[in-house]
Design a protein around this ligand. Structure first.
Ligand code: PRP
Ligand code: MG
Length: 214
């Protein structure tokens, strides 16, 4: 009997985690989930779950530490690793957007010229600014980005928007959408034949679950 197991990286904590585990469960995969265990084994399917920091997952998948990952498309774009999207999953939809203090005039990207923009997505923001030939200062922070304009750290922000409630609570308004995102299965460039066979079985189950949902 083959001992090959497909290693799936999922978010250790955060908005994707619950929906990712729910999807696997609906695929009939039961995972022994010790709370502080960072690696868990499925009992009835040849997969292991690795609980990792979201922003580390693209690198781990590229390096083959994990065979596939469940992450947001926004993270795939931002991290620029040698990984490919296999299947969009339809949950954790959000946008990466430019937001400004409410009532600030914004007629287009050119209004960001000379401004300071706080973000956790410097690469995606850089691409957007370059695409529009805008010269602006990027101030990278790793979280609580919406606070930046209020404390005089930046004129604008570039961050994820889902319900819009964090923007609203911080007196900001979404002005321009840089990209739209949802959760997706990603994989490295090449899997062994055995791993690919497991992945194909898994994808078959996932597609059935997604089809039943829609
Ligand atoms: C995320 C994201 C936004 C917010 C968007 O932050 O960075 O701030 O959620 O969701 P909403 O539009 O539904 O309010 P998170 O809560 O994960 O915290 P962090 O940015 O400090 O990591
Ligand atoms: Mg946030």
């Amino acid at each position: 009997m083959s001992t090959t197991r497909l290693k799936i990286a999922v978010q250790k904590s955060g908005r994707l985690l619950d929906d990712s585990l729910k999807l696997l469960k609906e695929c009939g995969i039961s995972i022994d989930n010790g709370k502080d265990q960072l690696k868990a084994r499925a009992r009835n399917f040849p997969v292991d779950i690795l609980y990792l920091r979201n922003s580390d997952i693209p690198q781990y998948v590229q390096d083959g530490v994990a065979d596939i990952g469940i992450i947001g498309q926004n993270t795939v774009v931002e991290k620029q690793k040698a990984i490919k999207e296999i299947l969009p999953l339809g949950f954790s939809t959000c946008r990466l957007s430019i937001a400004l203090p409410k009532d600030t005039e914004f007629s287009g990207p050119q209004d960001l010229n000379g401004k300071k923009i706080a973000t956790s997505y410097p690469n995606s923001l850089r691409q957007y600014l370059d695409r529009h030939q805008i010269s602006a200062e990027i101030h990278e922070i790793s979280g609580s980005v919406e606070i930046a304009p209020n404390i005089g750290l930046a004129d604008a922000i570039c961050d994820l928007v889902s319900s819009g409630s964090t923007l609203f609570k911080n007196g900001l308004e979404e002005k321009d959408i840089i990209l739209k995102s949802e959760a997706a299965i990603v994989a490295g460039e090449q899997l062994s034949t055995e791993l690919q066979a497991i992945l194909d079985k898994l994808l078959f189950r996932i597609k059935s679950v997604l089809a039943a949902r829609s």
